[in-house]
Design a protein around this ligand. Structure first.
Ligand code: AP5
Length: 214
């Protein structure tokens, strides 16, 4: 099954993608995680991406499109995948359509997580990520048992560099300008499902599973 998770920063794409991975046994392809890994590696892609990410801007389409196209060729994508954070512009959506068309494949669903903006800011401000295993927590909604220590692996948790308030506001503005038009784009293709993205994580997951047909 080939699924896109669409939604603003903090909507819960990463959280829900991890649950869908377990359910559907297909990989999560998070362009944000791929870029953060590249930054950590210290290579040229990371160096280029960091400047955009730190100011809340999108990394240029040609960089991201190349990265995703290569990732989709990997053997673990043969049965499908969950795209988290891609596409983010109409140009990226068109490039994905072209790649899928060349492979004679279709998208199955685009799940749009709808969350009010005040809640997005609160979710992002309190998000913590494990440096070692990438598990996510939230200082208020899902705190770790010990402050700063991951419940899953005991690694150190940290706040993302782009989660400061000014950068978050910029990311939200960029989302409205460049990514929100994809809701219309995929509505036009007849694959968009709107999911109420508020409430308990498990409740939202149940809505997603239902919209995928159970
Ligand atoms: P990326 O990493 O993709 O970030 P994002 O889209 O801004 O999304 P987030 O990761 O902030 O949020 P999320 O929706 O995954 O929410 P999460 O599950 O973490 O991108 C970062 C940057 O990389 C971009 O700004 C850009 O520079 C670059 N980039 C990436 N992809 C690109 C592309 N395609 N093109 C160009 N540039 C690209 O949840 C957030 C928090 O809320 C967590 O703490 C979680 O525990 C909590 N939470 C989740 N659900 C709930 C709930 N139901 N109730 C309470 N708390 C909840």
């Amino acid at each position: 099954m080939r699924i896109i998770l669409l939604g603003p920063p903090g909507a819960g794409k990463g959280t829900q993608a991890k649950l869908l991975v377990e359910r559907l046994a297909v990989p999560q392809i998070s362009t944000g995680d791929m870029l953060r890994a590249a930054v950590k590696d210290g290579g040229p892609l990371g160096g280029q991406a960091k400047a955009y990410m730190d100011r809340g801007a999108l990394v240029p389409d040609e960089v991201i499109i190349g990265l995703v196209r290569e990732r989709l060729q990997a053997a673990d994508c043969a049965r499908g995948y969950i795209l988290d954070g891609f596409p983010r512009t109409v140009a990226q959506a068109e490039a994905l359509e072209k790649t899928l068309g060349e492979l004679r494949l279709n998208l199955d669903h685009v799940l749009y997580l709808d969350v009010p903006v005040e809640e997005l800011v609160e979710r992002i401000a309190g998000r913590r990520t494990c440096r070692r295993c990438g598990a996510m927590s939230h200082v208020r909604f899902s705190p770790t048992r010990r402050d700063g220590v991951c419940d899953v692996c005991g690694g150190e948790t940290y706040q993302r560099d782009d989660d400061g308030e000014d950068t978050v506001r910029r990311r939200l503005a960029v989302y409205t300008e460049q990514t929100a038009p994809l809701v219309r784009f995929y509505e036009g293709r007849g694959v968009l499902r709107r999911i109420v993205g508020t409430g308990e994580i498990g409740e939202i997951f149940a809505r997603m599973v239902q919209s995928l047909g159970g």
